[in-house]
Design a protein. Structure first.
Length: 314
């Protein structure tokens, strides 16, 4: 099998043109101009491609975060709806005078497991009688910049105003706030689970005799009210997490737009450098080299200045 011919990819000035160019300082500069501009054009092409890739990555990341935010909003809406569905019959029963406050003494007189005197039983009884939710500790406090941005988003302020506030928030701040709220959600689930299990165990252990009908009715009403309050508390936690995911979506979209703009500017710089390569090549082949070389040099300068501007300010 015959060997393939070698392909020379180096940007070199042909020997014939070298012979025609005066070997002076400006002559050497003239010969190097297309080589230098070719290198600049290649560099700008790589930067434009890199920025476009980063823009596509940020768009994809924004879509993933939007999906997570949508899940949290779905949880929020479902739990608020469940709380409403539990409270509607309770309000009707209370209006008819059919529900009384839960008799703690009558409940304690029964043999139940866990007993109301245990920690789980005490928290469950407080939840049934007073509507107290198990505490998962103080709510996490985000930084002032994150709080201001969340407040602007909740009030549906203009996108430009939210973007300006979001520019003050670092990615680390958003991640820390999101992780803290997710940890708060898990902590609440952990502390309320044994309380809910205790209430369910009591309901199964309540006697079914006619003399306990009133106690059972009051207990079921108290359990429904406690469950509604639990759904409300969980919905607020889901809402907080969803709001932070929404900020991350906005941040990813803003970053994608920035990289897209930078890619376009680098592309225009590459075009300017390529124009310089073409003009410089013609300058080597005609007599009026000084004028054409000046045009090529101007194109190269434009490409370099545009590159620096994009890298620093865009």
């Amino acid at each position: 099998m015959a060997a393939l011919p070698k392909i020379n990819l180096k940007a070199e000035v042909p020997a014939e043109i070298k012979a025609e160019v005066e070997q002076t300082k400006w002559g050497r500069v003239l010969m190097l101009t297309p080589v230098v501009l070719t290198v600049i054009a290649t560099l700008l092409a790589g930067l434009a491609s890199s920025e476009m890739t980063r823009a596509q990555y940020d768009r994809s990341l924004a879509a993933q975060r939007q999906s997570k935010a949508g899940d949290q909003w779905n949880f929020f809406q479902a739990k608020k709806l469940r709380a409403l569905m539990l409270r509607t019959p309770l309000e009707l029963a209370r209006a008819a005078g059919e529900i009384r406050p839960l008799d703690a003494a009558a409940l304690a007189a029964l043999t139940l497991a866990p007993a109301p005197a245990t920690p789980e039983g005490a928290r469950a009884l407080a939840g049934l009688r007073e509507g107290k939710m198990p505490s998962a500790g103080p709510a996490p406090e985000a930084s002032a910049n994150v709080q201001a941005t969340l407040a602007a988003a909740e009030k549906s302020r203009p996108d430009a105003e939210i973007a300006a506030l979001l520019a003050r928030v670092s990615e680390a701040e958003l991640d820390a706030a999101l992780q803290a709220n997710q940890a708060q959600t898990l902590a609440f689930d952990a502390v309320q689970k044994p309380v809910s299990q205790a209430i369910e165990a009591w309901e199964r252990a309540l006697p079914a005799g006619a003399e306990h009908v009133g106690l059972r009715r009051d207990f079921v009403a108290a359990r429904m009210e406690f469950t509604a309050r639990r759904y409300d508390a969980e919905a607020r936690l889901n809402q907080a997490v969803a709001g932070l995911f929404e900020l991350q979506v906005r941040a990813s979209n803003i970053a994608a737009e920035r990289h897209h703009r930078r890619s376009g500017r680098f592309f225009f710089g590459m075009l300017a450098a390529q124009v310089g390569v073409i003009v410089a090549t013609f300058a080597l082949a005609v007599q009026r080299r000084n004028l054409l070389w000046g045009i090529a040099a101007a194109a190269g300068v434009i490409a370099i200045v545009l590159t620096i501007y994009v890298a620093v300010y865009v």
